[in-house]
Ligand binder design. Sequence first.
Ligand code: ADP
Ligand code: ZN
Length: 193
Amino acid sequence: MTRPGAGGRIEVICGCMYSGKTEELIRRMRQVMIARQPCRIFTPRLDTRYSFGHIASHTGATLGAVPVSSINEVLAQADAAQVIAIDELHFLEDTAEAILAGCQHLADQGMRVIVAGLDQDYRAAPFPGMMQLMAVAEQVDKLYAICVRCGAYATRSQRLINGRPAPTDAPTLVVGGLDLYEARCRSCYEPGR
Ligand code: ADP
Ligand code: ZN
């Protein structure tokens, strides 16, 4: 292949909380490492659930990662990588347009860009950055969790405060685990007031 930038692509791994997005990202990046392809893995600084410097699945699997706040920090450290992974993309501080432009730039240079993130916030509204990336990606995989109420496939992240649905005017980004979020299907999901 002689065309500059050949091989570039964007892969989006999306779904609700506990759907296995990080698990899938770790699986793909382990393959990349076995193939000895130069790679960089990034994780937003806002995600403080786990120690800095790692991405971590709820299964306990971890992989070393560089903490960043913005897509510009990703661009500045992409160096000569063939593969760029970004976990929890929805936590980046940038606008959707900046995230889109940054990922397109990397892929246009021939890089394989793999991003994982929530497709919807706790109000079941799309995350703009993820939404735009899905439109241009070469590959989109939507994963599902299991609804804790009925056992159907879950597509939504229910945020709870003292067992009640969080109000719609709460902050969009709140880091938390099973204490704060449940995987729910469309019919078991309860909107906040
Ligand atoms: P995500 O990155 O999408 O939040 P993770 O990769 O961190 O997902 O975690 C996925 C794992 O979470 C599953 O393999 C399973 O062990 C666990 N898990 C906890 N609750 C659920 C649930 N309701 N449905 C499916 N998996 C769950
Ligand atoms: Zn359900």
